[in-house]
Ligand binder design. Structure first.
Ligand SMILES: NC(=O)c1ccc[n+]([C@@H]2O[C@H](COP(=O)([O-])OP(=O)(O)OC[C@H]3O[C@@H](n4cnc5c(N)ncnc54)[C@H](O)[C@@H]3O)[C@@H](O)[C@H]2O)c1
Length: 243
């Protein structure tokens, strides 16, 4: 029970990796704040957790909206009087070359994938006691990528650089900050990717399950990772070797 009575906030927890991570925290005693834009999926995640005997609440939020971010944090803190883990996991992609991408599309991806991380950290850290941890879901696209996904890849690269700086700033507070960078994972985001659908991005290698990434995120958030901060754990079944 590594997360007994720990308050764990997970964004994008209505689906895929975020849901699996929320379930993992709850199985290990955590009190989970499910944050997602999609209300049906968010409520479904809460139901799955509570039916299994865990504790969870749903905060509907667009993670790019500052007031919604602050309200989601407040919901967890008001209810359980702490904030011990933040997993910044919600994200979106576009599939257009840079020259065809509207400025508004660039801004939207950056706001959802990166500005949200800044805001959850800015408003969440003041509530986090020593021993807390932040884990940001990056992607192998921060390291090796393909045409058509520039804002997504850039947002994940920025996330990893941001994580290195924030880890330094949080050292004295005894809060650790890390990234987990998944490869291909069996979620709607993978199979809805048009580059995957039309075969341009070949998923010939390993495809992980959401629970595989959740296990890595839980490890990075747990006390046993106490000497790990400011880094990225790549969890891709060896995919970077074949990209
Ligand atoms: N699936 C993969 O192959 C893969 C690979 C590398 C990295 N990732 C990363 O893993 C993370 C989770 O992705 P997933 O595969 O589980 O995707 P998913 O589509 O299954 O889940 C993403 C969730 O984020 C939510 N979301 C999207 N925009 C939001 C917003 N503005 N505000 C609040 N919630 C929002 C969605 O409603 C959804 O529930 C993402 O950061 C993604 O970049 C996924």
């Amino acid at each position: 029970m590594r997360f007994a009575n720990k308050v764990c906030l997970v964004t994008g927890a209505g689906s895929g990796i975020g849901r699996a991570t929320a379930q993992r925290f709850a199985q290990e005693g955590g009190r989970v704040v499910i944050v997602d834009l999609n209300a049906n999926n968010g409520h479904e995640s809460v139901e799955l957790i509570t039916k299994a005997g865990g504790q969870a609440v749903f905060a509907q939020a667009d993670v790019s909206d500052s007031l919604a971010v602050q309200a989601a944090i407040k919901m967890g803190v008001d209810r359980w009087k702490s904030l011990d883990v933040i997993v910044n996991n919600a994200a979106m992609m576009t599939f257009l070359p840079v020259v065809d991408l509207a400025e508004a599309q660039w801004d939207h991806v950056m706001a959802v994938n990166m500005r949200s991380v800044f805001m959850f950290c800015k408003y969440g850290i003041p509530h986090m006691p020593p021993g807390s941890a932040i884990v940001n879901t990056s992607s192998v696209h921060a390291h090796e990528s393909e045409a058509g996904v520039a804002p997504y890849a850039a947002s994940k690269g920025a996330m990893e650089a941001f994580t290195r700086v924030l880890a330094l700033e949080c050292e004295s507070k005894k809060i650790r900050v890390n990234c987990v960078a998944p490869g291909a994972v069996n979620t709607p985001m993978l199979w809805n990717n048009p580059n995957v659908k039309d075969g341009e991005e070949k998923i010939t290698g390993a495809v992980g399950q959401p629970a595989d990434i959740a296990a890595a995120i839980a490890f990075m958030a747990a006390p046993e990772a106490r000497f790990i901060t400011g880094t990225t754990l790549i969890v891709d079944g060896g995919r970077l070797d074949i990209l």
